[in-house]
Design a protein around this ligand. Structure first.
Ligand code: GRF
Length: 201
């Protein structure tokens, strides 16, 4: 059985592209069945179209409040019957309905080694702190900000002269490889979550 992925994006979508490319191989075990976005005119949506994958846009501003948006997003994603939902550079926090519906199958990737540097500016925060090693974390999303149970982590060294952009670009290379590998392993071997402990296979 092929694991059905719905991927949520807000920008460039290079993580999405890595999944689309990996899924071209039948033995990968997973395929992207839809791409969802919270805004129009982003490269992530272009990538979905180019790959012939369904896409949809769910804008917060089109709904009376955040709960209504969350309900609509939940319904749009659920209509594709995903086995895994992947937040890949999706710049919105989802609400309770989404978290409940996709509990234990909603994963996110974060450009830092959790629990260090949660939030939107993790690369800058790590650089400002002066750490010599940072990295990327893939985790099951819970109601906190970047606090969910960790699935995998990879380290990236900070180099002297790094800027936020150069460091983020190197982290993203690692992030792409890790996400592709994690999704492959989850798809092939299944997973269990016991409190904060995630076991694959
Ligand atoms: C990644 O570093 C992700 O962790 C962060 O935003 C970046 C998304 O990159 N939240 P892209 O849009 O997939 O290129």
């Amino acid at each position: 059985m092929t694991t059905r992925l719905v991927v949520l994006v807000s920008g460039t979508g290079s993580l999405l592209q890595a999944l689309l490319d990996a899924a071209l191989a039948a033995e990968y075990g997973a395929r992207v069945v839809a791409v969802g976005a919270d805004r129009d005119d982003i490269q992530g949506l272009d990538r979905a179209r180019a790959a012939g994958v369904d896409s949809f846009v769910c804008r917060v501003g089109d709904y009376p409040d955040r709960d209504a948006w969350d309900k609509a997003l939940t319904a749009a994603v659920a209509s594709y019957e995903p086995d895994l939902v992947i937040s890949a550079g999706f710049l919105k926090l989802v609400g309770q309905e989404f978290l409940t519906q996709f509990e234990g199958k909603f994963i996110n990737t974060h450009p830092a080694l959790s629990p260090a540097f949660p939030g939107m500016h993790s690369v800058r925060d790590a650089l400002d702190y002066g750490v010599k090693v940072t990295g990327a974390t893939v985790f099951f999303v819970d109601k906190g900000v970047d606090t969910g149970a960790v699935i995998d982590q990879r380290a990236v060294s900070v180099q002297s002269g790094d800027t936020e952009a150069s460091l983020h670009e190197r982290i993203k290379e690692t992030e792409r490889a890790m996400l592709v590998d994690v999704v492959h392993r989850l798809a092939r071997r299944g997973w269990t979550i016991d409190g904060r402990k995630v076991t694959i296979g």
